[in-house]
Design a protein. Structure first.
Length: 178
């Protein structure tokens, strides 16, 4: 496998030209199922196995799980800000630097609990969006781009599956890429 394939095992996010209600339902289901899928994949892994990387110089399984909790906490806040403010600018963060902080060495259990709670509330929010709410936007200054909430749902469904594939890949290769 190439480094690019290891980085993006499911490919990059492709925003469809038309986002149907069926597509939103599929994406919402992907978001809803992520916490259980990660728990099932990692429940029997040892501390050593949680330190397997999904690619050379990549994050460990543990770091991926903590990253998902951080990223998805930020995302639900971005959604709520977009719902309650007019075209707000959101704040980015340095996810690589966050992955080096001490809390990323913690047991994954607390991040799994966070993911379960965040995803439960996030899905409840998404399932009740009106068509007008799906069109609400936020602006990402670091990317110099505006996103609708319906596009953001797709991006975070992709993000969920992207990192789920990273965990599966780390387990498959047992962190060895020689």
């Amino acid at each position: 496998m190439t480094l690019e394939q290891l980085k993006y095992p499911i490919g990059t996010f492709q925003n469809p030209t038309e986002i149907t209600s069926e597509k939103i339902k599929t994406w919402t289901k992907d978001i809803a199922e992520l916490p259980a899928k990660i728990t099932n994949l990692t429940s029997s892994l040892s501390e050593e196995e949680l330190s397997w990387q999904y690619r050379p110089k990549g994050w460990t399984i543990k770091q991926v799980i903590h990253h998902l909790a951080d990223s998805h906490m930020n995302s639900i806040i971005r959604f709520k800000i977009a719902l309650t403010e007019e075209d707000p600018a959101i704040r980015g963060y340095d996810e690589t630097a966050w992955a080096e902080l001490d809390d990323y060495s913690c047991d994954i259990h607390q991040s799994l609990i966070l993911l379960e709670g965040i995803h439960y509330r996030w899905v409840k929010l998404i399932e009740n969006f009106s068509e007008d709410e799906l069109q609400k936007t936020f602006y990402h200054p670091e990317r110099n781009q505006k996103y609708t909430l319906k596009t953001a749902i797709g991006m975070y469904a992709w993000h969920s599956n992207h990192h789920l594939a990273h965990i599966e890949q780390a387990i498959k290769f047992q962190g060895k890429f020689e």
